[in-house]
Design a protein around this ligand. Structure first.
Ligand SMILES: CCCCCCC/C=C/C(=O)SCCNC(=O)CCNC(=O)[C@H](O)C(C)(C)COP(=O)(O)OP(=O)(O)OC[C@H]1O[C@@H](n2cnc3c(N)ncnc32)[C@H](O)[C@@H]1OP(=O)(O)O
Ligand code: FAD
Length: 551
């Protein structure tokens, strides 16, 4: 299969020769491949940069993936550590930067192979939730890999319901410290990446207690391993959670804390602070401590969801151009499976989706950056909309891309099921993105919660955030299409999807109201509408996707 990907093999020919079927498909393209490539990259210069980065990485023997499918979990992890260390050296040699345009290409080229993925989220938590002093202290150490970070939020007993997290952090006013504890087995941190063997520090999310009063979930920097000999610090129990469906190269781990003391300065305090006398001060939204998740939900769309769909489409469509099977026309040679209508119906919608997601990604990142700048100015007005958009699109894109990779795998028959096709590992990796950083159903319900609120506001003439103004403008009336060909017109199909979104949201809001007015308790009414709410959230994001793509 790997040979097939390069187009150097066709059935019946000698492996390594140029594949005539693939060459033929390429020659008959109705558009300029170079022009489309430059357009997708954002210009010819970006194409040149991307190709230079990918060539530099793929020609480097340290990043070779040749034996990866024959390695044990331990060998995968150790190889990933070597690659992560080598990448730092290479970035320095090549003058590459994590803030430069090249990093997106570096990340996509190595993300599936290098260790310390969560180290970046550890740094992001500090950059977003830490004070200037905390950023000045911790970020240089982390940037130089003088410490390895992790992000410890999920517990054995709670992943979704953050208010239910049980790890505690009690402020000791006499020693100016927080005492962190894992009060019971269900409070054990479970899943954090890089925790099993690598991390020396972690951001622990714990319930803050001051003078016996609980102030909710807050982030604390905790050292868990020695910087001298990497042994576990006193009061720390940590290890690897064992085999998983993928991510063998990442040491997802567990963590228990037994009366671990950290200085008062270790609570990330850009927006929330405990003063020396125990006074609690909050500057901004109660949910700002969830902001790292909002940020990661946006970035994982382009880093973890879209690239696997792009790769799966490339493998499956190339394979379909060279795989001949069965006779389409009696008396002729076996047909390319790409010529079967059913094969096109499977693969071409996935390719179209990859294009659509590629373009919405920049829009989402721009929205996030704009909202983050406002939050840095202590204006939290955009936070609810950012949460709803990041939740909805993370769920929609990861869910669709996961389904799309699975369709591409199945479209390649038995060879698609071989690890050596590259498709199974794309699938087993991307499916995790439907779970981590917020399981998709839960996130879609968060989006739905925002949509219902905005719909009710719009219905009473109140202003609504920019991404939902269509709720105030459109009235669910007659669909604009006169015949099925109309649906090929961007203005018509965009209006049709807006129509669908408004109808679903308004009918769900009406069902909710009817249930409550009939005497059903609010939480029961909500639960009895959640299937419809999830649908409404999905369609609202599909509408925005189509609206943006048709611009
Ligand atoms: C670069 C990628 C590399 C890939 C590696 C993958 C690494 C993976 C890491 C992880 O998985 S880290 C752990 C991720 N965990 C989660 O995402 C947890 C999911 N759960 C939640 O986010 C929340 O618990 C919830 C589901 C949103 C529910 O919140 P809660 O239990 O507090 O109840 P609600 O009443 O629903 O919400 C209250 C209120 O708060 C608002 N809100 C919730 N989350 C946010 C947020 N992130 N930002 C802003 N606001 C938020 C919510 O809208 C409600 O507001 P109101 O409607 O009451 O105004
Ligand atoms: C590969 C991978 C890497 C991860 N890395 C990290 C990490 O680095 N750090 C970290 O802290 N965590 C990490 N996680 C944990 C991840 O964030 C959690 O698994 C996720 O938040 C889901 O929580 P849970 O597993 O407890 O599932 P639960 O919350 O128990 O959910 C199970 C099911 O119940 C449903 N459900 C739950 N609540 C509701 C509700 N209110 N309404 C409707 N349905 C509901 C969900 O939809 C889901 O189908 C990782 C997970 C994976 C798979």
């Amino acid at each position: 299969m790997a040979l097939l990907e390069t187009g150097k093999y066709s059935q019946g020919s000698v492996p390594g020769s140029v594949n005539p079927d693939l060459a033929n498909e390429r020659q008959t393209a109705s558009f300029s491949v170079e022009k489309l490539t430059a357009w997708l990259d954002g210009g010819a210069e970006r194409t040149r940069l991307r190709r230079a980065v990918v060539d530099a990485i793929e020609s480097d023997p340290v990043f070779s993936r040749e034996n990866q499918y024959f390695q044990s979990q331990n060998e995968r992890y150790e190889a990933a550590v070597r690659k992560a260390v080598h990448l730092q050296k290479k970035m320095h040699e090549m003058g590459w930067s994590e803030d430069g345009p090249e990093f997106k290409y570096i990340y996509r080229a190595v993300a599936g192979d290098v260790a310390f993925l969560l180290h970046r989220i550890f740094m992001r938590s500090i950059s977003m939730l830490g004070s200037d002093e905390q950023v000045a202290k911790w970020i240089p150490l982390a940037s130089q890999y003088q410490l390895i970070g992790s992000y410890a939020q999920t517990e054995l007993g709670h992943g979704t319901y953050l208010q239910g997290l049980e790890t505690t952090a009690v402020f000791d006013v006499t020693t100016q410290e927080f005492i962190l504890n894992t009060p019971k087995i269900s409070a054990m941190k479970w899943w954090p990446g890089d925790m099993g063997r690598s991390a020396t520090h972690t951001v622990v999310f714990a319930q803050l207690y001051i003078h016996g009063k609980c102030y909710g979930i807050h982030p604390f920097i905790v050292q868990i391993r020695s910087l001298q000999d990497h042994s576990l610090c006193p009061g720390i129990i940590a290890g690897d959670i064992g085999p998983k469906m993928n991510f063998e190269h990442i040491d997802n781990g567990y963590l228990m804390l037994q009366s671990v003391r950290v200085p008062r300065e270790n609570m990330l305090n850009k927006f929330c602070e405990v003063q020396p006398d125990g006074t609690y001060v909050r500057r901004g939204s109660q949910k700002i401590n969830y902001f790292t998740m909002t940020s990661v939900r946006i970035s994982l769309i382009s880093g973890e969801a879209i690239p696997p769909l792009m790769k799966a489409c490339t493998i499956a469509i190339r394979y379909s151009a060279v795989r001949r099977q069965s006779k389409l026309k009696p008396g002729e040679q076996e047909a390319k499976i790409l010529d079967y209508q059913t094969q096109q119906e499977k693969l071409l919608p996935q390719l179209a989706a990859a294009y659509a997601f590629h373009f919405i990604d920049d829009y989402l990142q721009e929205l996030f950056d704009r909202g983050y700048r406002e939050i840095q100015r202590k204006n939290f007005d955009t936070l609810p909309e950012l949460h709803a958009l990041s939740s909805g699109f993370k769920a929609l894109v990861t869910q669709y891309c996961t389904s799309g990779v699975e369709i591409c795998l199945r479209a390649c028959g038995g060879h698609g099921y071989s690890l050596l096709s590259g498709l199974p590992s794309l699938y087993t990796k991307i499916i995790a993105s439907c779970i981590y950083e917020g399981e998709n159903t839960v996130l879609l319900l968060q989006t739905a919660r925002f949509l219902i609120k905005c719909f009710m506001a719009a219905s009473t003439g109140q202003s609504v955030p920019p991404s939902v103004t269509y709720l105030a403008a459109a009235k669910p009336g007659k669909c604009p299409a006169k015949n099925k060909l109309d649906f090929l017109r961007p203005d018509i199909y965009t209006e049709a999807y807006q129509h669908a979104a408004v109808r679903l949201i308004s009918s769900t809001a009406a069902k909710l109201q009817d249930l409550i007015q009939s005497g059903v308790k609010k939480h029961d009414a909500w639960n009895r509408c959640t299937v419809q709410l999830v649908q409404a959230a999905k369609v609202s994001k599909i509408y925005l996707l189509i609206w943006f793509f048709s611009l």
